[in-house]
Design a protein around this ligand. Structure first.
Ligand SMILES: Nc1ncnc2c1ncn2[C@@H]1O[C@H](COP(=O)(O)OP(=O)(O)OP(=O)(O)O)[C@@H](O)[C@H]1O
Ligand SMILES: [Mg+2]
Length: 378
């Protein structure tokens, strides 16, 4: 009989290690990060070539973690200046507020005077021939922040000075997935040429269904790199779990059947993978060997994180059983393309919310009993 983990401090260590918060830029969090080497490489290449990037992924797929890991790597480069923002910091996401936040961070950087770019900016502000502008820069919150054209001049002056000194500037905005994509499009539509001219890179984390709106004309060439975060496979799931067990100094073993069952239930979403294991560890009867049955006992991971478009599609099917993705009515009601509907249907089917059956050449979808049961959780 396997011994049971009844030591409470072990349990707390485990639950801490399996937290589903994003991986942050702490030294210890670095140990948790797995996979995505290629995605990191292509993002860094984009920055080096002054291109903008969309990091595309579903809720909990690892966008913030990837971003933080990239920024961790960039801090080693003294010629790189990273301006990190979250869309949640903005009262309204628009051009004025975007520039305001960036200028404010640049001024802070110059005051701290520690990094290479901070020193450059500090020296630059001190030697400004325009005394009035110098005073404004040194003031805590210049009134001119409310004047868009002055704000833009500050932005351009500081950025160009850094660029003249070979500093790579990268502005990353996380949590774009939490705001309206049209606002994002409006913000960057208005400063597109300025960003191009200044040779800055912008990196945004977005949901798959935001991409088409954000990249509609005239921003169709603006975000030239899309880094699509892929689902965790068997190997990376195993690694994700093992790294956290090691961190908690746990001697628990997970057999391959348990990993496979977790993957089947979660579709390889790392946040859901962590949720499954946390539930296993929360149970009083955790043994030192976790097998498929332990995962099965967790029950279904209730996903209250379905993105709104997936919820809408699911709800449509509740009321319109046996619908097909090629129905024009369906696409029109959902306001997304038919191919996007087909993609979401396939995801909902994999997660067990819906089933499909073929009728002639047409594939029809309906909600499953388990999907209906889970409906209140969606
Ligand atoms: N590459 C990775 N290696 C290990 N763990 C990861 C990795 N990517 C994500 N995770 C884990 O998965 C969980 C979800 O990640 P994260 O918060 O980065 O996702 P997200 O896409 O930003 O989610 P949201 O849409 O809610 O902002 C976190 O607990 C994180 O630690
Ligand atoms: Mg995130």
């Amino acid at each position: 009989m396997p011994s049971t983990v009844n030591n409470n401090s072990n349990k707390i260590e485990l639950l801490r290690a399996f937290s589903s918060r994003p991986i942050l830029t702490f030294e210890e969090d670095k140990k948790f990060f797995t996979s995505f080497e290629k995605d990191i490489e292509s993002t860094i290449l984009a920055i080096d070539t002054f291109e903008n990037v969309l990091i595309v992924g579903d809720h909990g797929s690892g966008k913030s973690s990837l971003l933080n890991h990239i920024s961790y790597k960039l801090t080693d480069d003294e010629n790189a200046l990273l301006i990190k923002l979250s869309a949640l910091d903005f009262e309204n996401f628009n051009r004025q507020n975007f520039l305001k936040h960036v200028v404010e961070i640049l001024r802070e950087e110059s005051k701290q005077n520690r990094s290479k770019s901070g020193k450059l900016l500090d020296g630059f502000i001190r030697t400004m021939s325009d005394k009035r502008m110098q005073d404004e820069m040194e003031e805590r919150r210049p009134k001119e922040y409310n004047d868009l054209s002055k704000l833009q001049t500050r932005f351009v002056t500081m950025v160009e000075h850094l660029k003249e000194n070979q500093i790579k500037i990268c502005i990353i905005v996380d949590d774009i997935d939490k705001i309206n994509s049209n606002l994002v499009w409006l913000t960057f539509r208005n400063i597109r040429d300025q960003i191009w001219k200044s040779k800055i890179s912008i990196i945004l984390t977005v949901l798959p269904n935001q991409v088409s709106e954000i990249t509609k004309s005239p921003l169709d060439h603006f975000f030239s790199y899309w880094v699509k975060i892929s689902a965790f496979d068997f190997k990376s799931t195993k690694e994700l779990v093992q790294r956290r067990l090691d961190y908690a100094h746990s001697n628990i073993k997970i057999d391959d059947g348990a990993i496979k069952e977790t993957l089947r239930r979660t579709g390889g979403n790392p946040r859901d993978i962590l949720d499954v294991f946390r539930r296993v560890f929360e149970s009083e009867k955790t043994s030192n060997l976790i097998s498929k049955q332990d995962i099965e006992q967790v029950g279904i991971v209730f996903s209250n994180k379905l993105p709104s478009i997936e919820k809408e599609i699911f709800n449509y099917l509740v009321h319109n059983s046996d619908s097909s993705s090629s129905s024009t009515d369906f696409a029109k009601k959902m306001r997304v393309s038919r191919s996007r509907i087909a993609q979401i249907l396939s995801k909902l089917r994999k997660e067990g919310y819906i089933i499909s059956h073929k009728q002639g050449n047409v594939v029809r979808y309906s909600v499953t009993d388990s999907g209906l049961e889970r409906r209140k959780e969606i």
